[in-house]
Design a protein around this ligand. Structure first.
Ligand code: 13P
Length: 227
């Protein structure tokens, strides 16, 4: 269903509120952006708690990050270069979400990819999740670090930082972040119980071939290990 411009602004705020309610962000952490039909973007402003964000606070920017429309004093997220690089690399990407979900971010901080193919839903929905190299927030180091991974990943961990999910729309990107965090929790539990049992290679291929039937869109790796 095509959303009106105002409904889209509301939906972005709903997602921001959920990110805060779920404990994926503290203080001003996290940012969200969405691509509009005319190739411009709506983005969360820098320095605002995602719990208090309201539709009029979102900033309208062009593909260089220049502000087209914003309330006085509101500037786009300091991580907008990272967001814009996702859209540059991937024509199919319509929304980008960055957060610090605590268990997935634990893996990012420990520099451990979530690349065990041990849980069927995750194999189908997002595949393996790499840790992209360290980048200083707000600099071009971050887009440079993630770019090589965007060709075959919709979800990545940012080393020592957090997580990034892209999708055709904001709900798809949000659901991918949910899937990431749940898988991180499950993986940690499995680790406490002695380690996950991996799915046999031929069964993984079978699950991957079922993505179409489940309506899974985007770019997800096949069988790929990072460690
Ligand atoms: P912004 O408030 O500039 O979006 O930054 C939040 C953040 O999480 C930086 O990584």
């Amino acid at each position: 269903m095509e959303l009106s411009y105002m409904d889209l602004r509301e939906q972005i705020c709903d997602v921001c509120h959920k990110m805060w309610q779920l404990g994926w962000v503290a203080a001003n952490d996290g940012n969200v952006s969405v691509k509009l039909e005319d190739g411009t973007f709506l983005a969360t402003p820098t320095g605002i708690s995602k719990s208090f964000i309201t539709p009029e606070k979102l900033v309208h920017i062009d593909k260089t990050g220049a502000v087209l429309d914003a309330l006085e004093g509101f500037r786009p997220s300091s991580e907008i270069k990272m967001h814009l690089r996702c859209y540059e690399e991937r024509e199919d990407v319509g929304a980008v979400l960055h957060a610090h979900p605590p268990v997935a971010t634990g893996y990012a901080v420990a520099n451990k990819p979530l690349d065990e193919y041990s849980m069927i839903e995750t194999v189908i929905a997002i595949g393996s999740i790499p840790v992209t190299p360290y980048g200083t927030p707000s600099t071009y180091e971050v887009p440079e670090a993630i770019a090589p991974y965007l060709g075959e990943h919709d979800v990545v961990l940012l080393q020592n930082h957090g997580a990034l999910a892209v999708g055709s729309d904001v709900l798809t990107a949000y659901y991918r972040m949910e899937t990431l965090e749940l898988f991180a929790k499950i993986s940690l539990n499995a680790h406490l119980l002695g380690g996950a049992v991996e799915i046999p290679r031929d069964k993984i291929e079978q699950l991957i071939s079922m993505r179409g039937a489940y309506g899974v869109t985007g770019k997800h790796p096949g069988y790929k290990k990072y460690s």
